[in-house]
Design a protein around this ligand. Structure first.
Ligand SMILES: [Mg+2]
Length: 404
């Protein structure tokens, strides 16, 4: 199995994994009717015998992810993730990933088990970087880029159409003031992700896209996420055929990710590129999405796809197919940093998703971690230099929001 491990110019220091802690965090003001996984988190800490700890995070129900990591094994194809890692050499990330993938085959080869493994794998990269005093991008082979470009991921507000439209226009203008070159607006007033249970017509979705484009002007890169709004390609096309004038960089998840054949029809006929992949686990799901679904923009999430190494494999597959990468990320500074390190070694990564702390509701995003990433006035992020992921977690915040 092809896997990815740290690339080093000398033998790694001898380290052993001695423990794994899983912290289930929940924002005290979380709203279960709010469609945002940024309200919770599973933060994983991998401890070693040299006192070097690594941190990781995944994007799935954190109680479930914790159980996936801590559950005891009961037979040879249903082993315990935690038990498989204790005593192991953290520098063998690729071999460990394969061991976990095979050893948990009957626990879950997709979905939550892979998402949970993502957090552990991310923490291993952090350990290794700290152990050799190098940033993760250097361990991935070194960055050919001196900067990456984040896009501001913007959420709506309000319960009525006018409030929704105006909130998106206002946040787009604020993002422009903060220096962002690119934004993504969630235009979802119907369908499974409908904001606050709204049931607005598709015409009104067009009105919102038009209003945001008009507000930011022609030079801002504008992405639109409709969050699985339509059930088939024909209905989607009947609406988005008129969106050409808005010059959308991509249209994200117009239909359910499993409808890969319908996705291929959209790719052929929509007047903008189609983006998808935020929910997917492993290279195999991306292979189907790219080869059958034909999507032009693949969106692996490091906290879901299987970790930094698996995301890198997906990025390499996209390069072979001439596709663009724009990673998904809706969590705290831990995941944003992991995503940034991936982007620095991925020349065909056009943008990374970035939840601006100034513009988001999620207190975990704002408070949990101080990442090294700096948004410069020209809307770019320079190469990080700190060892590992370059993230400092605020342990008081962890303590305050830990619920399990
Ligand atoms: Mg999305």
């Amino acid at each position: 199995m092809h896997t990815i491990s740290p690339i080093l110019d000398r033998d790694p220091p001898k380290l052993r994994i001695t423990g794994i802690d899983c912290h289930v965090l929940l924002a005290p003001d979380f709203d279960p009717t709010f469609t945002s996984s940024g309200q919770d988190s599973l933060v994983v800490v991998v401890h070693t015998d040299q006192g070097i700890d690594g941190i990781g995070e995944c994007d799935v129900n954190p109680w479930m992810a914790k159980a996936c990591i801590e559950a005891p094994g009961t037979h040879t194809m249903g082993l315990s993730i935690k038990d498989m890692l204790i005593g192991a050499d953290p520098f063998q990330i690729g071999a460990l990933w394969e061991k976990l993938y095979l050893g948990t085959a009957m626990n879950g080869r997709r979905g939550v088990v892979i998402h949970a493994m993502s957090a552990v794998e991310m923490a291993l990269w952090d350990v290794c970087g700290k152990a050799v005093s190098k940033p993760v991008h250097a361990l991935l082979g070194g960055s050919p880029r001196d900067h990456i470009v984040p896009y501001a991921s913007l959420q709506p507000a309000g319960g009525r159409f006018e409030e929704y439209r105006d909130a998106l226009v206002q946040s787009a203008l604020k993002a422009k003031t903060l220096g962002f070159r690119a934004i993504k607006s969630e235009v979802t007033m119907n369908g499974p992700y409908a904001h606050g249970g709204m049931r607005e017509s598709y015409d009104r979705h067009t009105e919102v896209v038009a209003a945001v484009r008009k507000a930011v002007g022609p030079d801002m890169t504008l992405m639109i996420d409709v969050q699985y709004l339509w059930s088939d390609a024909a209905t989607c096309l009947s609406v988005v055929k008129d969106w050409k004038e808005f010059n959308c960089y991509f249209l994200e998840t117009p239909i359910w990710s499993d409808n890969v054949r319908e996705m291929a029809t959209l790719v052929e006929q929509a007047p903008m590129p189609i983006a998808c992949g935020e929910w997917l686990a492993t290279r195999y799901e991306f292979e189907e999405l790219m080869d059958v679904g034909k999507v032009q923009v693949a969106q692996p999430d490091v906290g879901r796809v299987g970790g930094i190494g698996e995301a890198k494999i997906v990025c390499d597959m996209a390069a072979e197919r001439g596709r663009t990468i724009v990673p998904h990320c809706w969590k705290t500074g831990i995941s944003i940093s992991a995503t940034a390190h991936l982007a620095f070694v991925t020349p065909h990564c056009a943008f990374i998703e970035y939840l601006p702390p100034q513009l988001c509701h999620e207190r975990l995003r704002r408070e949990l971690a101080h990442e090294e990433l700096v948004l410069r006035p020209d809307g770019t992020i320079p190469l990080p230099a700190k060892p590992g992921l370059g993230v400092e977690v605020d342990w008081d915040v962890v303590k305050r929001y830990t619920v399990a």
